[in-house]
Every structure is written in C-alpha cells, then in structure tokens.
Design a protein around this ligand. Structure first.
Ligand SMILES: Nc1ncnc2c1ncn2[C@@H]1O[C@H](COP(=O)(O)OP(=O)(O)OP(=O)(O)O)[C@@H](O)[C@H]1O
Length: 258
C-alpha cells in the first residue's frame, strides 16, 4: 500500500553566497519513513533540512510539506539543529528546557504552561529515556544526555515529522545502536528524517537512504549502494565505511512495507 508523501522536493536548487549548494534535488519522504541522508561535510545536508523548513530561498524547484508550503506547516515539524549550535551553559533544568518546546503552542495572555504542556513534556522525557534527569541542570549532563534533551524538546511540541541534523555526534558508539533504536520506536508516531556525515551510523532500522553532495543520489530500494556513496563522496566506499558492509539492510523489502 502506498503511503502518503510527507516531504516532497522537486528539482530544488539553492544558491548561497554565490555558490550552488543544492542542485536539482528531488526527494520524497513518506509517512512512517526513517529516512537517512548521508554526505560529506559541506555537502549541503543542513541546507537541505533548512529548505524543508522553508528557511532558505529557492533558485529553482518546489517544496511541499504535508501537502502545503513549508512555512505553513512548520508547526508540524520538530527540528533538532546540530548539537554545537546550542548553548548548554544556560542555567536551566532538563525539565524546563524540554517544556520550552511547548512555547510555540501557548495561547492567551499571560502565556502560561498548562496541564497538556506538562504532560507532553513529561512524555517526551520518557520517550528519550531521561525522565530521571528532569531536575538536573542541563550544563551538568553528558553530551549524549544533552543530545537526548534537545530531541525531547522537539518532541514536546508533538511534531508529525522529526528532523534531525547530525543526531549522533555526541553519542558514543556503544550506545549508538540503542539511540537509533529509541528513534526507531518514535516511528510509530511520526516520520523521521536525519542527516549525517557518518556512514557508520546507518543501521538496518533506517527505511530509506540517500547520499547528498550538492546533488542527491537516491535508490529505489531501501539500501545503500556503493555507486551512491561514491557519487556523493567521490571516494571509494571502503575508505569511509569503517568496516560497515556496502549493503546496510539485511534484506530487500517491498516499497511500502516497513
Ligand atoms: N549562509 C550561507 N552563505 C554562504 N554559504 C553558505 C551558507 N550556508 C552554508 N553555506 C555553504 O554551503 C555549503 C553547504 O553547507 P551545509 O551546512 O548545508 O553543509 P553540511 O553538509 O550540513 O555540512 P556540515 O556537515 O559541515 O555542517 C558549504 O560549503 C557552506 O560553506
């Protein structure tokens, strides 16, 4: 059964500072996908996400999110920017930070958090496995715990699509698989798209994968091919794959099935 398209890019070209950053990019993310976009540093991954959020001007092409313009649908997207863009020295607790994910939903004046806001924040803390850290100052957590907190903050808003920029940078490899499993469980409730420069992050949990290096290289079946990686990275797969087999998915699956 065909699933509904959640994000549709067709022929998208973006120029920044006189440089072509995305060229003729077409991409479809369907409901329930756990979609990974890999590519080298500077390949345009963050720009691709900002395009989905409607934050950059297109030189050509079209973007649809949940059937509408990105600017109209932004409240349905949970965006987790790169970890390094956050200031964790701010004196707030994990619980307060996650609750702030509800700010865009507050109505009336004065703006106060209500019962639903607290419930959503508590649920997000649970989902990311950091409920026991709610009272701790964010600055006192490990990088991996802080990473979970910023994802929980995005989840507190109740997004239909969760969009993550390099989510595993501060997750150490022993816990990486557990972390990806946590994200995978969220797929029951929302579509997930993430970008990463680290091919080692890809797991069999990912349903679709594409490679980005100004142009986007996709494959009909949910597997990563050496051609795609070579096209995107411009270097042989074995040099960058850290021992991960070229084919990261255990078996072929039919389009439309998870
Ligand atoms: N506002 C801007 N003005 C000019 N150039 C920009 C701007 N934003 C990004 N770029 C350039 O566009 C290219 C793609 O940047 P982008 O951040 O999207 O790549 P990335 O794949 O996310 O890289 P990284 O993993 O290093 O963050 C880079 O060469 C970057 O220098």
């Amino acid at each position: 059964m065909k699933r509904a398209p959640v994000i549709e890019l067709s022929g998208v070209t973006v120029d920044l500072g006189g440089k072509r950053v995305l060229e003729d990019v077409s991409l479809t993310v369907e409901e329930g996908d756990f979609y990974a976009v890999i590519g080298p540093n500077g390949g345009g991954k963050s720009t691709l996400l900002k395009t989905v959020l409607g934050l950059v001007r297109l030189a050509a092409g079209d973007v649809k999110v949940l059937g509408g313009r990105p600017q109209e649908r932004r409240h349905l997207l949970g965006y987790v920017p790169q970890y390094r863009t956050f200031d964790f020295s701010y004196p707030v607790t994990v619980g307060e930070m996650v609750l702030s994910g509800r700010l865009g939903h507050l109505q009336g004046f004065p703006r106060r958090y209500g019962r639903k806001d607290h419930e959503m924040a508590d649920e997000a803390l649970e989902l990311m496995g950091i409920a026991d850290l709610a009272g701790r100052e964010i600055s006192r957590l490990s990088g991996g715990q802080q990473q979970r907190a910023i994802i929980a903050r995005a989840l507190a808003a109740g997004p239909r699509v969760l969009i993550l920029d390099e989510p595993t940078v501060y997750i150490d490899s022993p816990t990486e698989d557990h972390f990806m499993k946590t994200l995978d469980t969220l797929r029951e409730q929302m579509t997930i798209v993430f970008v990463t420069h680290d091919i080692g992050v890809l797991s069999s949990r990912v349903t679709k994968v594409a490679c980005l290096n100004r142009r986007l290289y996709t494959h009909e079946s949910p597997e990563l091919t050496s051609d795609m990686i070579e096209a995107a990275y411009g270097c042989p797969v074995d040099l960058i794959a850290h021992g991960v087999p070229h084919r990261v998915f255990p078996e072929h699956r039919q389009e439309g099935r998870r």
